[in-house]
Structure formats: structure tokens, C-alpha cells
Design a protein around this ligand. Structure first.
Ligand SMILES: C[S@@+](CC[C@H](N)C(=O)[O-])C[C@H]1O[C@@H](n2cnc3c(N)ncnc32)[C@H](O)[C@@H]1O
Length: 213
């Protein structure tokens, strides 16, 4: 079933401007004002129902987090988690990642998380993949020099494509696991999709890459 934006979700989102920022362009270059703290900022692009970003914010109060999700009918589930957890270091944006440069300036962000991004397997949809070169350029435009992308997926085709895309862009590979759940990687936080796919027996791939300037 295709997820669409829903009026009931819009109404709910409008009630919580302290959690789902209604005017993110106003914080471009000054996100510390939105958080009232100058901590590093990590964002998750395609946050879905928000389990990963909420648990990360609980585990790392010294980092500020923003979860970015296109569909309001999905982000309301992340909003419910945030209302429950009342975390001062987490905010959500109901926007399209292709507009990231409208909301973030160079040096605003230290790290981008991509978890179980939609694979868009058809070649003609390559530009929609969140690891396509145009997105890598966009992340570079909003990150500090040496900023990192942490990426995980169960989709072997998307993982292989992304490794090639990272390499072609000149990103430095810092970490790779071809079977995350059978590795000694510590501190993994499961996303909703990760739980679903690993219960089916799918292998989880993970890598960390770094911009070199
Ligand atoms: C397959 S789901 C994974 C959700 C979550 N990260 C997880 O692992 O459970 C991918 C999510 O990314 C969102 N998404 C895809 N393209 C996006 C874009 N351009 N901007 C914002 N969100 C996007 C989708 O709406 C969807 O909720």
C-alpha cells in the first residue's frame, strides 16, 4: 500500500510545534537556537516511525538529533514516541530530503544516518535513492568537513550500489559489516524495518563513510 499524507496527521503535527518543527528554514545555520544547546547535530534521513532516532537520543544526551520523514502519516508514530519520551535533544521534520539545503547550512550537521532506505531497484529511479550522487552532494553541503554517513540495509543490491556511489564520490570507507547481527559490533539500535527483515532471516549490511574534506 502506498503511504500518502493524511489530513488527520497534519492536524496532530500542528499541535506539537516543539517536536515537529513547522518552520525549519528559520533555523538554517542556527539549530542550536531550536535546541537551546550547542551540541553536535546528527540527522536521520527517512526516519519512518522513529524508533532508531528516539533510542539514539535517549542513549546520547550529549548529541542533538533530527529525524526527517516525508510522510506525515508515518512521522506521527515518531511524534507519539517523542511525546512519550519528552527528549530535549530530538526534533522531527516532516519534509522531503531533496530540500535539505533549505533547512541546513554548511557545518550544521556532523553525521547523517540512512537506515533501510527505499531501494528503488529500477535504473530509471536511481536518482531517488538516498545514496545517489546528488544526495551525497547535498549531505556534503550541510555537513562539517569530515562528516560521516552511517548506512544500513538488508538490500544487497542497494548496499553494493551505495558502496560504489560512495567510492565514486571520494568518500572514505571507515567501517563495513556484511552481517551486522553476527558481528561484534556493539550498541546497534534496531529500526522498525531492521526488526521486520531480520526476523525473516535477512542479513543486515552496515557501513560508515567519511567526507575527506
Ligand atoms: C523503508 S522505510 C525505513 C524507515 C526506518 N528508517 C526504518 O529503518 O525502520 C524508508 C522511509 O524513508 C522515507 N523517505 C524516503 N524518501 C524520503 C525523502 N526523500 N525524504 C524524506 N523521507 C524519505 C519513507 O517515507 C520511509 O518512511
Amino acid at each position: 500500500m502506498r503511504l500518502r499524507n493524511k489530513p488527520w496527521a497534519k492536524d496532530k503535527i500542528a499541535q506539537y510545534p516543539q517536536y515537529i518543527v513547522p518552520n525549519p528554514e528559520e533555523y538554517k545555520g542556527k539549530w542550536h537556537e531550536a535546541f537551546a544547546s550547542d551540541q553536535p547535530l546528527h540527522i536521520e534521513v527517512g526516519t519512518g516511525k522513529g524508533r532508531f532516532i528516539t533510542e539514539m537520543a535517549k542513549a546520547h544526551p550529549e548529541i542533538n538529533y533530527i529525524g526527517i520523514e516525508l510522510f506525515d502519516s508515518v512521522i506521527v508514530a515518531a511524534l507519539d514516541r517523542l511525546i512519550e519520551a519528552e527528549l530535549p535533544n530530538l526534533k522531527l521534520l516532516n519534509v522531503n530530503a531533496k530540500d535539505l539545503a533549505k533547512f541546513f547550512a554548511k557545518n550544521d550537521v556532523q553525521r547523517v544516518y540512512l537506515n533501510f532506505s527505499d531501494p528503488w531497484p529500477k535504473k530509471r529511479h536511481e536518482k531517488r535513492r538516498l545514496t545517489y550522487k546528488d544526495f551525497l552532494k547535498l549531505y556534503e553541503e550541510i555537513m562539517t568537513d569530515g562528516g560521516e554517513i552511517h548506512f544500513k540495509t538488508d538490500n544487497q543490491g542497494l548496499f553494493e550500489y551505495s558502496l560504489m556511489s560512495f567510492s565514486a564520490y571520494g568518500l572514505l570507507l571507515k567501517f563495513i559489516s556484511l552481517d551486522l547481527h553476527n558481528s561484534d559490533f556493539e550498541g546497534n539500535i534496531m529500526t522498525e524495518y531492521e526488526e521486520k527483515f531480520s526476523e525473516k532471516g535477512n542479513r543486515i549490511y552496515r557501513c560508515e563513510v567519511k567526507y575527506q574534506h
